[in-house]
Design a binder for this molecule. Structure first.
Ligand code: NZQ
Ligand code: ZN
Length: 386
């Protein structure tokens, strides 16, 4: 196993009815900025619960953080943070609102002239403005990790940032919030979490049997509960397991001591940046081609995944590994997620070249567990996904 350090300081508060604990978790001696998205929380009762819990706190609100949080929107919130002397933030939303808040946590204490540098120059954040979260959409794991992704549509960019200063202080995860999530977003959440596990698992055998079994356990659980979640998001048993799987998929634990890939995410972000396709759907488009392209390097783990997760016991190692790719694609499709770029746009000719150029421009030139996915290889993967 590789050496590692694990630092995950987020306090998790999980379960039905726990939003009321915001009253004691959020500080009373600081002015709070309450951040949320396009208004779903106004319609599903989450806003009312939050306001009730904050009755003894001083806070102001900033709403309108969009899916794939926009840099220009976040700059408006940054202005308020500075003008109003905000000392704490509360993100109420899915990955987009939480990621937007992480950007603000970093930008609020950043000394440079241009906050975009945090993303474009990959500046890590060691200290940020403190914040907590109320998760409304299980998917990204952002509630218990220190990463964020911010979009800038004017330049077709979607870039990642992070650092140990960006963990939420606490996250309240009440699975009853899943009730109001539309089917499309439920599917996205399931597919995103599933792919997060694969990005940390589908590499090569690396003497991490515990990490492997953590990952296989999350994958199996997601496969098992997905139909129930889609069928009835008010099913608490399914919703609570869905929510915890999503958190566990990307809170750092399963990737410690083992190699990770993440090339599917890096390439797929370009599809959101250029076409605005939902994050999870971009993963479903890229992953099958990425695994075909890197088949020789991944076939042992693919076969292990076939055996342990899909119970495929017949056939050669290669046959099992090939079935594993097909079964993964079928899982996305079972969620009503299309797995080809042409299912989303007609305007894809020449796109692979744009991806290669963008990756080069952002210094993302050695991706994957072997660091051998160059922009040229990434372009081939994108072409295979048309
Ligand atoms: O804006 P509102 O009105 O809140 O509506 C949202 C939004 O339209 C809605 N929604 C959220 N909770 C709801 C709800 N609707 C009804 N009931 C509820 N309880 O769902 C829509 C999508 O929300 P969003 O936050 O965009 O979804 P998600 O959580 O999938 O986040 C996606 C973003 O996270 C990034 C993605 O790139 C994308 O920008 N990621 C962040 C990661 C991280 N920080 O670790 C890792 C991921 O790989 C990912 O890249
Ligand atoms: Zn993701």
């Amino acid at each position: 196993m590789k050496n590692f350090e694990l630092y995950v300081p987020t306090k998790m508060i999980f379960g039905e009815g726990e939003i009321k604990k915001l009253a004691t978790e959020a500080p009373k001696d600081k002015k709070i900025l309450l951040l949320y998205g396009g208004g779903s929380i106004n319609n599903n009762g989450i806003y009312d619960q939050v306001i009730k819990a904050l009755k003894d706190h001083t806070f102001i609100e900033f709403s309108g953080i969009e899916a794939n949080p926009e840099y220009t929107t976040l700059l408006k919130a940054l202005e308020i943070i500075k003008k109003e002397n905000i000392g704490y933030m509360l993100a109420v939303g899915g990955g987009s609102v939480i990621d937007g808040t992480k950007f603000l946590a970093s930008a609020a204490l950043y000394n440079g002239d241009n906050p975009w540098d945090i993303l474009s120059k990959k500046i890590r954040t060691f200290k940020g403005l403190p914040f907590g979260t109320i998760l409304t959409l299980p998917a990204t794991g952002s509630e218990m990790n220190s990463g964020a992704v911010v979009s800038r549509s004017e330049t077709n960019e979607k870039l990642v940032m992070g650092g140990p200063g960006l963990f939420p202080e606490f996250s309240i995860c009440d699975p009853t919030v899943v009730r109001s999530i539309p089917k499309r977003q439920l599917a996205n959440g399931l597919a995103d979490a599933y792919t997060h596990v694969l990005e940390q698992y589908m590499t090569y055998p690396a003497d991490g049997p515990l990490q492997d079994r953590f990952s296989e356990g999350i994958l199996q659980t997601l496969l098992e509960i997905a139909p129930a979640v889609i069928e009835d998001p008010a099913n608490y048993k399914a919703a609570s397991n869905f929510m915890w799987c999503c958190t566990m998929a990307l809170n750092g634990y399963i990737q410690k001591g083992v190699p990770t890939d993440w090339s599917v995410h890096v390439i797929a972000h370009e599809l959101t940046a250029f076409y605005g396709i939902d994050h999870a759907r971009t993963l479903a488009i890229i992953l099958p081609s990425a695994y075909e392209k890197k088949f020789e390097q991944k076939k042992e783990k693919l076969a292990q995944y076939a055996e342990r997760v899909f119970n495929i016991t017949e056939g050669t190692l290669k046959e099992k590994a090939k079935s594993a790719i097909q079964r993964t694609e079928r899982f996305y499709q079972s969620l009503d997620i299309k797995t080809r770029l042409q299912d989303y746009t007609d305007d894809y000719e020449g796109f692979s070249l744009k991806v290669a150029n963008s990756l080069t421009e952002h210094g993302l030139t050695a991706l994957g567990e072997h660091k051998d996915i160059t922009p040229e290889v990434a372009a081939e993967i994108v072409k295979m996904s048309y």
